[in-house]
Design a protein around this ligand. Structure first.
Ligand code: UDP
Length: 381
């Protein structure tokens, strides 16, 4: 690979890298090389058509696009149109199905009541006050202070233990504030203005975004193998793991990964919904994804594909999914961040580069912001 005279190198073809590469090509009219270690674009958001069934499969688990940011939607417009899918999640606890996130339906079914919104609120308030939690600084205290111990133990404790394999008292509180608690029957998982699944599938969205005469793409390329050959003047946008960039010299940041077991059935519908969570700790899988439900506008019949998701800790060759972010991780990340601040040719970004539990739209926001503040301006003479 000839790197002579290369002005911009983007490491990682997920949302962060792809958005920045597109902006560099389109608005700065500069050549940009995008590399990715994997053999496909799109990072963990990638999707492709399963050749056996024709069903669009999210290869790294369900990805639902949602945002209230019209700038993000404006940027995506040439590459992506959303269908009308609205995400609703169910959870199975002790062989009963409940609605997630916790809402009036969940509360009434679980406590076998018929509470009005006000009654449910005052009932839960009583349970919460009993706990006397004053400063909820970890996931467990935060969850109990929001929903009380009974609902926490049923719907959060086992699922979180499986997903994180870390004591919920060591996990950051903000993991749980991703989920709203509602005292109404509204059961939408997200409350953003825009929501849906790309009509064309995520794989094609990335293909369109990266298709530009000034963008070249090389897959299956490890940045660490290339690093020593990169010209000193090349500006690097790095969306790989920040600790790997520095050869883990101060230690490894904690990550969770996932393993998926694929099954195909000769029937129209396996579980009647796109995502079913499994709250019991004894059930080894975390959730089951059934992808055909994401595309009600497509004609699929006779067969369905499911992925059973099992959480696992991330070892050397695993894809990284969720930053664990314990207090030790936070301290370690700060050290890497201090090193990163000293770089004048490298910008770090994305979930892996910034060690953040960010959704797709937040990563796109970060990319647009970085481009405006750190790339476009710096490129001016
Ligand atoms: N969570 C839970 N029970 C559920 C769903 C989520 O305890 O049925 C907790 C769990 O700790 C999880 C966090 O809420 O890590 C955030 O869930 P979200 O659905 O946002 O996770 P993602 O879709 O990113 O995997």
């Amino acid at each position: 690979m000839d790197l002579q005279g290369l002005k911009f190198l983007v490491v990682g073809a997920g949302f962060y890298g792809s958005v920045i590469a597109r902006k560099i090509a389109e608005e700065l009219e500069e050549n940009v090389l995008v590399i990715d270690q994997r053999m496909h674009i799109g990072g963990n958001s990638y999707s492709e058509i399963d050749p056996q069934t024709g069903i669009e499969v999210h290869t790294c688990g369900s990805h639902i696009f949602h945002t209230s940011n019209s700038k993000v939607m404006g940027f995506l417009k040439p590459f992506m149109s959303l269908n009308g899918y609205r995400h609703r999640v169910l959870t199975c606890y002790r062989n009963q199905i409940y609605s997630m996130p916790i809402n009036l339906m969940t509360i009434n079914s679980f406590f076998k009541k018929n509470f009005s919104p006000e009654e449910a609120q005052s009932f839960l308030r009583g349970l919460i006050q009993r706990e006397k939690i004053t400063n909820p600084a970890n996931l467990e205290d935060k969850a109990v202070s929001l929903i009380g111990r009974e609902l926490y133990e049923a719907f959060i404790k086992g699922y979180t233990a499986k997903q994180w394999q870390t004591s919920p008292r060591e996990l950051p509180a903000d993991i749980i504030t991703r989920l709203p608690v509602r005292y109404s029957y509204s059961d939408r998982y997200f409350s953003d203005v825009y929501e849906g699944i790309p009509l064309e599938g995520y794989g094609r969205v990335f293909k369109k975004m990266l298709k530009h005469p000034l963008i070249s793409l090389q897959l299956g390329v490890d940045f660490m193998q290339l690093k020593s050959r990169i010209p000193a003047d090349t500006r690097i946008v790095y969306s790989g793991p920040i600790d790997r960039f520095y050869n883990y010299r101060m230690g490894r940041l904690g990550w969770r990964s996932a393993r998926f077991e694929k099954e195909c059935f000769e029937k129209d519908d396996f579980q009647g919904t796109s995502v079913m969570n499994y709250a019991d700790e004894e059930i080894p899988h975390l959730r089951i994804h059934e992808f055909k439900h994401f595309h009600p506008e497509r004609q699929y019949s006779g067969r369905t594909i499911i992925f059973k998701e099992y959480a696992k800790s991330a070892t050397e060759n695993d894809a990284l999914y969720y930053p664990v972010n314990t207090e030790n991780d936070k301290k370690l990340f700060k050290k890497y961040e201090r090193l990163a601040e000293k770089e004048n040719k490298v910008l770090f970004g994305g979930r892996l580069g910034k060690y953040v539990y960010a959704d797709m739209h937040q990563v796109i926001e970060m990319a647009l912001h970085t481009f405006e503040t750190k790339i476009r301006n710096k490129n001016e003479p």
